[in-house]
Design a binder for this molecule. Sequence first.
Ligand SMILES: [Zn+2]
Ligand SMILES: [Zn+2]
Length: 256
Amino acid sequence: MQLRILGCSGGIGAGNRTTALLLGRHVLIDAGTGLGELTMDELAQIDHVFLTHAHMDHIACLPMLIDTVFSKRTQPITVHGCSATLAALREHVFNWRIWPDFTAIPSPEAGMLRLCTFEAGETRSAAGCGITALPVRHTVPALAYALDSGHSTLVFSGDTADCAEFWGAVNALPQLATLIIETAFADHEQALAEVSRHFSPRQLIAALSQLARPEQVQILITHLKPADQELTMREVLASGGHYRIARLAQGQTIEF
Ligand SMILES: [Zn+2]
Ligand SMILES: [Zn+2]
């Protein structure tokens, strides 16, 4: 199975696109500005979008995706997320003020957008993968995703601070080979990381001590805030050099 990294930055600016990962050709994980990397034909093939949470950097391109491919598709796009994420989309985005309500276009019986509740602990099949929602701890209800190709498992943390339930779920995955985990802020912004429930390098490396079989796992760092991205990554490598750890790159394709 292939996971294509369309965007993995914690912000924008030349060369930086926010979180969007393409699993195979038909499944998207988060819908940040990385979606701008896809052609019209590629966009039109997206059938499912699994959202980690409702923050703007993870949903920014979802409204325009649906509008852009509307005339090219006959089947709806299904958006999966926890109930709070979907409620936020209904109330704050697809409300006829920020964007049209595509759950009722072209008709209430056959909307182009379907919202499908998906809670931590549940597993669904898509793109030939088992996709399991895992608990995380962020400022809004949020999920991580475990993607099981049958050969190996990749976990994408989304946005999170340290969370014992997350590590418990990760350690229960026998085939875990890849962990994509966020580190948004550099250590000098640890207070901001704590209040916004993100990791700083110091917090991440402390949290990684809970990973049961680190020697089996390639750890890839995502969601670096652009202003301090080089510094943050240097700090991760300085204190986490004993792990198999590297920076996730926009444009990278991961086979698992
Ligand atoms: Zn967030
Ligand atoms: Zn984010």
